[in-house]
Design a protein around this ligand. Sequence first.
Ligand SMILES: [Zn+2]
Length: 248
Amino acid sequence: MMVIERTSIVAYVNELLRIHDYSDSSTNGLQVEGSELVNKIITSVSASVELFEKAVAAQAQMIIVHHGILWEKESRVVKGGLKKRLEILLANQMNLLAYHLPLDGHEELGNNAVAAGALHLRDLQRFADVGWMGNITPVPFDQFLDQVKGLYQSEPLTFAYGPHRVERVGICSGGAQRSIVEAIDRGLDVYVTGECSEATMHLAQEGGIHFIAAGHYATERPGIQALGTHLQKKFDLQVEYIDVPNPI
Ligand SMILES: [Zn+2]
């Protein structure tokens, strides 16, 4: 197994995911500087004290997540949970990297690209900024729903107001429930995202579309896992995905 400089990994992933192409509320790339050398990386969906403690126990020097700790709209005051998270990182020379929208939108490793591939979408077009829409071989909705459950390993919240057989599918990971409006405008039969809002049910009914909220966490596992596999091959490093399940 190799030992790689932190700066090489950060530069490589920043370029790979083209972080400067996105205007994002997340600080993408390096968020907290730790040790200079890395031989083990932990990947996971979201930053938390629980994750950071597990990464320390796993003797990693770098954590890469989809949801980091530095967000534009959040307070910069270091107290409470943020203080606890920083204490663990700094005390253990742990590097923290985060990739938010770049890891939703990437054409190969993104949450939505991986899902579109697994669900066999063809003729892909951009949808909802970082998502994809495309066609599948028409199947009864129940059959498609089973495929979504299998992909995300979750029990989705579903509003089944679309046609019996589905062909035109849109996917956008995370909290993209508002994009149901675009899904209806673009004539999709089914829209898959992570979260749901109170207003979503009537929008789905009135728009005549199937809406599937498969879980914010569940729909954002595929991208970080794909990135981990990619880095393992690229750098011959130890990369371990740590699941910290979240029902939302
Ligand atoms: Zn998210």
